[in-house]
Design a protein around this ligand. Structure first.
Ligand SMILES: O=C(O)C(=O)C[C@]1(C(=O)O)C=C[C@@H](O)C=C1
Length: 164
């Protein structure tokens, strides 16, 4: 997020959730760089299934509506894919070479996704009551547009689809 982005206030649960969603997209940028170097496909279906299953199981254990948790994580994975595809298209058009400083997907990045998953569920649990109301969903969409303003439009739209 840009340095000018105000931090969400403690009582702003949709803002906190939007901030976590933007951090997840920031990880997607790093994944896009790793996969650009390795030539690995952007989509990894077994990994997606594992992330979704872990999220739904933990949500259930923590008293979060599992259907909400599933919809949110499925949307964030779609957003990450859209972001990575957009970046690869840009890099292809620009004739971008290999990145000298990309992180390692398995060793560095997937553990960061797993760690961020805890923050995502904590923020989702706090935002859950607001998200049950039209005003809360509106606040979520506004916060998402602000926090993800600099991400590709397709990624932002996919990330926010469950709140429309
Ligand atoms: O872990 C990866 O390989 C990613 O690209 C991240 C991610 C995700 O959002 O969790 C997105 C797309 C892949 O299909 C699998 C998982």
């Amino acid at each position: 997020a840009p340095l000018t982005q105000p931090a969400p206030s403690p009582e702003d649960a949709p803002g906190r959730l939007a901030a976590v969603l933007d951090r997840r997209l920031a990880l997607g940028v790093e994944v896009a760089r790793a996969k650009w170097n390795s030539g690995q496909p952007i989509q990894d279906v077994p990994r997606e299934q594992a992330v979704i299953e872990a999220t739904v199981n933990r949500a259930t254990a923590e008293g979060i509506d599992p259907a909400l948790a599933r919809a949110v994580i499925v949307a964030q994975i779609a957003a990450s894919r859209a972001l990575q595809e957009s970046l690869h298209a840009d890099w292809k058009a620009a004739g971008q070479g290999r990145f000298a400083d990309a992180l390692d997907l398995g060793r560095d990045l997937r553990p960061q996704f797993d760690a961020l998953g805890s923050d995502l569920l904590a923020a989702l649990k706090d935002a859950e009551p607001a998200l049950a109301t039209p005003a809360g969903r509106r606040a979520m969409l506004e916060a998402g547009d602000r926090f993800m303003a600099l991400r590709p439009a397709a990624a932002r739209a996919a990330a926010l689809a469950p709140f429309r």
